[in-house]
Design a protein around this ligand. Sequence first.
Ligand code: AKB
Length: 314
Amino acid sequence: MKILVTGAGGQVGLDLLRILHARGDEVHASDVALPPEALQQDLPWHRLDVTGAAEVDALVAAVAPEVVFHLAAILSARGEADPQRTYAINQNGTLNVLEACRRNSVRQVIFTSTIAVFGPPLPDLVPDDIALHPTTMYGVTKIAGELLGDYYFRRYGLDFRAVRFPGLISAVLPGGGTSDYAPLMYFEALRVGHYEAFCRPDATIPLMYMPDALRALVELSEAPRERLTRSVYNVAAFSPTAREIADEVARAVPGADITFKPDPARQAILDSWPKALDDSLARRDWGWIPRHDLQAMTADLLPKLRELLPGAST
Ligand code: AKB
């Protein structure tokens, strides 16, 4: 199957390219940035700024993909540094991608939404359908993307599907997210032996290991449409406190010293997000089930990071 991935150079994109390529798909990557030197797959890489409607349309017309994974976005923390640019990329960019897909008869669009669509007041376990009060431009634009995609499905029959991801942890460094304290504990413990987290020790948000997140995207894409009762689904894995992650890292990387110095702005974003997500509709409709908890993730992730980080402590 021919697939186009937008935002392919990001934390999700680089790993997604690898698994789609391994599945035998003809994968076209696009990003505003050049491909990283360490890109492991030999695949076409297209420079694309999703804010340019004509540029997006021309690329989708030229590649003629059957499925588009639309990942291009600015994340929550970086988004607050420039909300207007975040709006242009996340909101106009998503409209441009949907419109290009409609005009060029793309069959399916998979969209990555987020826990940042939620905001207070929230129950302990947050369901799919609840009043949405995001506190960041990232959250605002991701809701708009969800609604736009669902509109394109109902109005034009474009098969739009989305997951609301927790904070993601992988062997690729994240960029500009508020959940970054979690992966950074692992990276910095191995790289330099210490990390000062920008959150409180009791900060708690839903998190997920990247292989589970990628499987969610692929499984949702492959699910028969008639089994889906909605376009957008919560997906969840585990919800440790920041202190629990720090203890887990210290257990697995002897000598690692993780301290806490909360940054008020980023801590306020974390406080506005769910502590845990109810993903029962994804489980019921397309059989979603996470495979990694905090301990299973640590066991799988650390050897990968040790290989990647030269001179990492053992
Ligand atoms: C972020 O921190 O902005 C993202 C997210 C939770 O969507 N990782």
